[in-house]
Structure formats: C-alpha cells, structure tokens
Design a protein around this ligand. Structure first.
Ligand code: C5P
Length: 232
C-alpha cells in the first residue's frame, strides 16, 4: 500500500470508522482481501507521526513542529505473509507503532488540526482502482465524504477492553484488564472531545454494534451491504 500521487475518483471507497478496539482492523483486512481492494490504516499514519516525533526528540506539545514532521513523513507500507509492515525512514517499525505508548501519543498528535491537515492528501491518495477499504475515525465524515458505503463499527468499552486484553495475552504479552479499560476510556474521551474531526458516525453511516457479535457475523452484514451498494 504505497502512496500514489493522485486519487482516482472512480474507485469505490468503503469507510469503517469507530472507537479503539471495535475490531475495525480485522474487519477491514478481511474485507480488503475478499474484495481485492486496497487498505488504508489511517491510525498507522498518526502512530507513525507520533513515533517520528519521539525519535527526533521533538516537543510533542509543539503543534507546528509536529505538523512539519507529519508533512515530511518518509513512510512505506509493505505487504508480506506476516501482514502489513510499516517502514519509517526505511526501518521496519511495525512493532513500535503498536505499543500502547505510541497509541496514546498518536491520540495527542491526532487532536492537532495542522497534523490532520498535513495527512489529508496522503490519505486521499489511497483511493485507487479497484477500490479502497479505509479504517479510522473520520474516514466517512472528513476524508472520504463521498464514500459509497460508510460503516460505524462500535462495541461497549468493556467488551473492547476485553478483546484487547485477550489479544495481548495470546501474543504472550503481559496485560491487565483494568488498565486496558482505562486506556480505552481515555482514548474514547480524547478522540470524541477534540475539536478537529472528532470521532462520530457520519450522518449517512450504518451503525453496527458488535458487542455481542462474532467477527464473522459483522463481516457477513457488511458484505451484504457491499453487494447492495457496489457489486449489485
Ligand atoms: O486506530 P488506531 O488505534 O491505530 O489509531 C491511533 C490513534 O490515532 C487513535 O487513538 C486516534 O486518536 C487517532 N486516529 C484519528 N483519526 C483516524 C485514525 C486514527 O484521530 N482516522
């Protein structure tokens, strides 16, 4: 998923927005594979910005300096059997960007209007044939307002914390359920209360609450919508 210069307005876009831990990543990856579409993990761009800021010793409170970093980000995404690898200045940082600390810093830089502005065209450039699945918080509201299908995927904070906890334990990492819930609630608060592109469902989005739904049921529901809107 490297970045071409200009979007192709004829390429259909499916946006999947929602809070942290709602299962967007897995759903988007599956959908993109099934449809043969490209994938935009917009959260990775905010995470890469946050990581570059820390690596370069920039003051994270300095909005203009952080926006400069976002504008000049030297990044690449490479797809391999292990999934999508994120490279920052040629170095694989896939693990570093998934750290909890990077996620919290990503939430901080994502609240800066100049940073969102700096990343906007980069994100839009992912709109290419045969189509795009875009994962984020403001894909349907701000980045791709003309998307052919907009989904807002959510789940209760407790269920999202529980899923994250299980994921970490499965990966052999140490985890604490309470700490996960605290982190999820803090991230929800930061993402929903910011002035610039806050987390919210687009007016024309279909809301899916996955609290009691297995992944496959969510996928089936979205595939039905895709058939109605795109492939029918
Ligand atoms: O989705 P992910 O957890 O990787 O995103 C990291 C952070 O980036 C989120 O907590 C959110 O603050 C921010 N983000 C955003 N807009 C997006 C995607 C992510 O503000 N479209």
């Amino acid at each position: 998923m490297n970045m071409p210069a200009k979007p192709n307005v004829y390429a259909p876009v499916i946006t999947i927005d929602g809070p942290s831990g709602a299962g967007k990543g897995t759903i988007c990856q599956n959908l993109a594979n099934k449809l043969g579409f490209g994938l935009l993990d917009s959260g990775a761009l905010y995470r890469l910005t946050a990581l570059a800021v820390v690596q370069q010793g920039i003051d994270i409170a300095n909005q203009e300096a952080v926006a400069k970093i976002a504008l000049a980000l030297d990044i690449q995404f490479e797809t391999s059997e292990q999934g999508v690898q994120a490279l920052l200045a040629g170095k694989d940082v896939s693990r570093d960007i998934r750290l909890e600390e990077t996620g919290m810093n990503a939430s901080v830089v994502a609240a800066y209007e100049p940073v969102r502005e700096a990343l906007l065209e980069r994100q839009r450039a992912f709109q290419q044939l045969p189509g795009l699945v875009a994962d984020g918080r403001d894909m349907g509201t701000t980045v791709f307002p003309n998307a052919v299908l907009k989904v807002f995927l959510t789940a209760s904070a407790e269920e999202r914390a529980n899923r994250r906890y299980k994921q970490l334990i499965e990966r052999g990492e140490s985890a604490n359920l309470r700490a996960q819930l605290k982190d999820i609630l803090a991230r929800d608060e930061a993402d929903s209360s910011r002035a610039s592109s806050p987390l919210k469902a687009a007016e024309d989005a279909i809301v899916i609450d996955s609290t009691t739904m297995p992944i496959q049921a969510v996928l089936d529901e979205i595939m039905l919508l895709v058939k109605q809107r795109i492939t029918a």
